[in-house]
Design a protein around this ligand. Sequence first.
Ligand code: MN
Length: 229
Amino acid sequence: MGYVFDPAPQASAPVAGEIMRLPVRRIFCVGRNYAEHAREMGHDDREPPFFFTKPADALVEDGTTIPYPSGTENLHYEAELVVAIGTGGRDISEVDALEHVYGYACGNDLTRRDLQTAAKKAGRPWDMAKGFDRSAVVGPIHKVADIGHLDQGLIQLTRNGEVKQRGDLADMIWSVPEVIACLSGLIEFAPGDLIMTGTPAGVGALSPGDTAVVSISGLPDLSVSIADE
Ligand code: MN
């Protein structure tokens, strides 16, 4: 049995030190996971974690120049630690959670902030604010076997060389094990799932011609540029 037209290619991410790539299944994202960012968005800093998704084929690799997205006049950057799941499962305990992690990467959760603000106000879904084409910038996956687990250290974003976000992974409201435990009670993880773990304070706009670089202690920088109009 075939298909009535060619299926899309498998979404994937490069793996540092490997010729083979990580097949990406789904991209889960954590909302408001750093207290200062939650406050800058007008929220209490201790709400339970909540999640949204991006399509796997929204992936953008390091060093890419993307067109300015349609439908927005306020495209925002969000520097994030990305967790790659290697072993699936559901109802995973916090104690066992890190055994399910294959590796880590830098990420940039590109956001149509104007559409998100309108959706929040109307009580509507965030999909078109968060899950649009080329909205998931993710660097090469670095294996736990090579770099260990990342639970503290600098997370920073520069726009055109100027520091705009500066935080510490230790300041996540919900730690990586807590996020995995919580999310695995809502969906069954599969190998290749990615989790974007939330952004520190200092989010802001990207314009045509801008370059955003995410730095996380223990990982190489992740760069994305917006094409000139
Ligand atoms: Mn985010």
